[in-house]
Design a protein around this ligand. Structure first.
Ligand code: ADP
Ligand code: MG
Length: 400
């Protein structure tokens, strides 16, 4: 799937782009900068992060994202962010090097202290930035695992003059306490003229000005809502706005719209979307291995891709995280367990024991001796890495 900004060039956002340009200039001049983009689902935070990434010339970019099903797996976001920089591990003092390697499961060892991991990450970023300015981007921090959040907050508060940018995006309202007290950039809806232009780019035909203005008002200029809510509606249907549900929160309406589109798909395609939704890595090979166990063949992907809900390229890419949520939340409990079981079976025990244990836990109906034992081992590893308790085997509900 094309990246956000390819689907439609970034409209407006002069102030936000200026802020990001200034941040990049400062970082190139040797300073460090921290910024948290805050806005509702679909407001255009990821699109602005794409802009930042594309404009970070003469600098290195590393990027990670919290993923809803992965918020229970300790250090997953931090590990994703640091993976391309691990070549600099050798530059760290031994205790820090060992602490980080243990936290990332690269070596066994006693539980490292949070402080040591924090210093190690700070050191690792600084080592990398000594070569060239470093731009670290973390999207969807509302789903980041708790340990990554703690460490990255620690790092963000201590940056000084290392030539490092640490830029986050978090969904609001509701998650303001995450990374609280760090510098913020609010991402609101597009101004009316730009919202109108964006809407026109997807409308099926000429639409009465009043209708258009009402849609812009109802979506409050939210780009995702402007692009997605009119989909599939005829001009006659559009004339009634979006069905008079103005009181429902926008994110819920968008998720509901995606849910309806998913429900209309063939059963195998829905199963594919569900499996992709609960597989946090976006690993296409792993996904197909699991789907084969579920009896879902390669043809199942086409309808979902044609509907613009997902793209299976080098990685699995959802149109928007709300599609993932919609696929996940509309599944029956039994269906969800079946998909987790297939993913557990498709996950390599040696390579990724914790994710396998996590899938198995969600596949189990009640207490199961073998699952319990595996979880205990996984918990032992997580504790060795300084993480919190393991997921509960009885819960099949997506973490909210
Ligand atoms: N300024 C903009 N102009 C045009 N399209 C935009 C703009 N901002 C976002 N979009 C589009 O809106 C959709 C949602 O944006 P996204 O960045 O994914 O939102 P968020 O990350 O805040 O949930 C994407 O398809 C994106 O391309
Ligand atoms: Mg986003």
């Amino acid at each position: 799937m094309p990246s956000n900004t390819e689907i439609s060039a970034l409209r407006g956002r002069r102030r936000e782009r200026d802020t990001l340009d200034r941040l990049l200039r400062d970082v190139r001049a040797g300073h460090s900068r921290v910024l948290v983009l805050r806005g509702e689902a679909g407001a255009g935070k990821s699109a602005l992060l794409d802009y930042l990434s594309e404009h970070a010339s003469a600098g290195r970019v590393t990027r990670a994202a919290g993923v809803e099903p992965e918020s229970e797996i300790a250090y997953s976001a931090l590990q994703q962010l640091c993976a391309p920089l691990l070549g600099h591990l050798d530059g760290l003092p031994e205790p820090q090097r060992l602490a980080l390697a243990t936290a990332f499961g690269l070596r066994p060892g006693d539980p490292p202290e949070g402080l040591l991991i924090g210093l190690a990450v700070l050191g690792l970023l600084a080592e990398a930035a000594a070569e060239q300015p470093l731009v670290c981007i973390v999207d969807d921090v509302q789903w980041m695992d708790r340990m990554s959040e703690v460490i990255l907050t620690f790092v963000a508060r201590r940056l000084e003059e290392e030539s490092i940018a640490l830029v986050f995006a978090s969904r609001s309202p509701g998650d303001e306490q995450i990374l609280g007290s760090l510098p913020e950039l609010r991402v609101d809806g597009l101004p009316t003229a730009e919202a109108r232009a964006l809407l026109d780019s997807v409308l099926p035909g000429p639409v009465d000005d009043r209708v258009r203005d009402r849609i812009v008002a109802e979506t409050r200029g939210n780009p995702l809502a402007l692009l997605e809510l009119p989909r599939g509606l005829t001009p006659a249907e559009l004339a009634f706005g979006f069905g008079g549900q103005a009181a429902t929160p926008l994110a819920s309406r968008m998720e509901e719209g995606f849910r309806r589109r998913i429900t209309a798909l063939p059963a195998d395609t829905r199963r594919l979307l569900l499996a992709a939704a609960v597989e946090p890595l976006g690993d296409v090979t792993l996904l197909w291995r699991a789907l084969k166990r579920l009896g879902v063949g390669p043809d199942a992907a086409a309808p979902a891709e044609a509907a613009g809900l997902v793209a299976l390229g080098a990685r699995v890419q959802f149109r928007h995280p709300l599609v993932r949520s919609a696929a996940w939340r509309s599944a029956e409990a039994a269906e969800l367990r079946e998909v987790h079981r297939a993913l557990a079976e498709a996950t390599d025990l040696d390579h990724d024991p914790d994710r396998r244990a996590w899938h198995r836990a969600h596949a189990a109906v009640g207490p199961d001796e073998e699952v319990a034992a595996e979880l205990e081992r996984s918990a032992g590893r997580a504790l060795a890495r300084g993480a919190g308790p393991p997921p509960r085997p009885s819960s099949n509900a997506p973490p909210s």
